[in-house]
Design a protein around this ligand. Structure first.
Ligand SMILES: *Cc1c(COP(=O)(O)O)cnc(C)c1O
Length: 227
């Protein structure tokens, strides 16, 4: 599918989506399984934020795209603790931070490397055994320990609604995620701020924007079906 995509097609899709987005919303193009040629088209159309699920895949593409300046790479897939070092080498943002233990490991390694990654806490406001992330209660009880992680910028929440919800239910998940961020923001944390909400993919990004997303993560709607 992507083989038939021209630069014009991708530019037009990006333009159409951006027309609907408030200025406050950052479009992160999810490029997993998308060839570098298509990423170049998206770059030419003005995008500078790209999201990948796997570190190795991202690293290979980054090597091929090293001539393109000012790209910000976002990790959106589950991070194994033995790959934190590599993740910090290849990503400026981690949207998929999903446990205290992982946060502490990133914090330690970030201090050693002298970097300060931006991270989002992945949260599940509805139970979803198919996904990683904190439940609301677990997240609230981990906040004091997370706030001790001073080498990472904890700047918001990330959410993926469970599969198969109606639009109304999906909107409710996004709204509850925003409300959780507001609640955390009202508490007195030293290192945790809550200015970002990474919510919304190809199917549901308009609902996410409606609920206050600041970052959306569409993939297929830009690049076509994967594999
Ligand atoms: C794959 C993926 C996306 C993009 O999904 P599309 O349906 O292609 O828009 C967004 N976020 C995460 C976490 C993903 O894994």
């Amino acid at each position: 599918m992507t083989g038939s995509l021209s630069t014009n097609v991708i530019a037009e899709r990006i333009r159409r989506i951006q027309q609907t987005l408030p200025d406050s919303v950052r479009l992160i193009a999810v490029t997993k399984q998308v060839p570098v040629e298509a990423i170049r088209f998206a770059y030419e159309a003005g995008l500078r934020d790209f999201g990948e699920s796997r570190i190795q895949e991202a690293a290979e593409k980054q090597a091929k795209l090293h001539d393109l300046p000012n790209i910000t790479w976002h990790l959106i897939g589950h991070l194994q603790s033995n790959k934190v070092n590599k993740a910090l080498d290849h990503f400026q943002w981690i949207h998929s931070l999903d446990s205290l233990k992982l946060a502490q490991r990133i914090d330690t390694l970030a201090a050693t490397l002298g970097t300060k990654p931006n991270v989002l806490l992945q949260v599940k406001v509805l139970p979803d055994p198919t996904k990683y992330g904190w439940t609301v209660d677990d997240l609230l009880s981990d906040l004091p320990a997370l706030d001790q992680c001073c080498n990472i910028n904890i700047v918001g929440l990330m959410a993926i609604p469970p599969y198969g919800l109606s639009s109304t239910e999906t909107l409710a998940v996004f709204n509850r995620t925003r409300e959780l961020a507001e609640k955390i923001r009202q508490q007195d944390w030293l290192h945790i701020t809550m200015q970002h909400l990474s919510m919304g993919m190809s199917e549901d990004y308009p609902l996410a924007v409606q609920a206050g997303a600041t970052m959306i993560r569409p993939g297929r709607i830009l690049f076509g079906e994967r594999g």
